[in-house]
Design a protein around this ligand. Structure first.
Ligand code: TMP
Ligand code: ASP
Length: 234
């Protein structure tokens, strides 16, 4: 397979076309951004670590029967993926209160929830990814009703598998963000699952092992990503 032209550059990844019409190469950068791009930085080797972490988690989910865009990881920073028609929705799954939910509800981070929460956000950088619901999704034609049902079902199922996976490795999966896309009539999990888009807390010490260390200037960012990588691959 040959890498062809760049087709998209995002904040943390670049997408390249390939000589196979159904496949793309997703290249992982070290750049980190937060607060809608207002905070910028580099997390050394993040691209390599995130590619390893995401590849392992996608493979694990595939083994559990969750269809994903993952094909293979041919090199440190490259992942071969199936080409998706991205559904412009970020699906956030929350097991424990943190981040924007703590602010919105006026409660402490770390509060437990009686039930897992699913949230939808409209993927739009200029608008700052506003929160939307099922009605907005259908009314604006972002996805069909049956697709929304599939997203919800897949997100809950993925949460079950990932929560177990991290728990067995001494990590609490607090919350995370998923993206999906259409490929040959099927909905596949896309994008990445990495400490950039998950909150991961050490089960014992509750120490943050994710991008909140960068967002909040907590230091030891590289160490946290390395530790997550070590545990995910181990
Ligand atoms: P939040 O508490 O800031 O809404 O974030 C919830 C989870 O979703 C957290 O694990 C980070 C992730 N997330 C992203 O990956 N990208 C985003 O744009 C947002 C808002 C959240
Ligand atoms: N908009 C999000 C933030 O500011 C992006 C991210 O962090 O992944 O935190």
């Amino acid at each position: 397979m040959k890498q062809l032209e760049k087709i998209y550059e995002g904040k943390a990844k670049i997408l390249y076309a390939t000589d196979s019409p159904d496949l793309l190469i997703q290249y992982f950068k070290d750049e980190a951004t937060a607060f809608d791009g207002k905070k910028k930085g580099i997390i050394q080797e993040k691209g390599i670590l995130n590619n390893k972490i995401s590849s392992r988690l996608f493979q694990y989910l595939e083994d559990k029967g969750i269809p994903t865009h993952f094909v293979e990881r041919p090199s440190d920073r490259e992942m071969v993926i199936k080409k998706l028609e991205i559904i412009p929705i970020e699906v956030v799954v929350r097991n424990i209160v943190a981040g924007s939910l703590a602010r919105r509800m006026g409660v402490e981070e770390g509060m437990s929830l009686k039930k897992t929460i699913l949230e939808f956000y409209y993927k739009s950088d200029p608008l700052g990814d506003p929160m939307i619901n099922d009605y907005h999704i259908e009314a604006f034609g972002l996805a069909m009703k049956f697709e929304v049902d599939i997203l919800k079902e897949m997100a809950i199922e993925i949460n079950g598998y990932l929560s177990n996976f991290f728990d067995e490795r001494g990590i609490t999966l607090v919350d995370f963000k998923l993206e999906f896309g259409r490929h040959k009539g099927q909905i596949l999990l896309g994008d990445e699952i990495t400490p950039d888009g998950c909150r991961l807390w050490d089960k014992q010490t509750k120490e943050k092992m994710d991008k909140d260390r960068f967002r909040r200037g907590l230091g030891k960012i590289e160490e946290a990503y390395q530790e997550v990588c070590r545990k995910v691959l181990g």
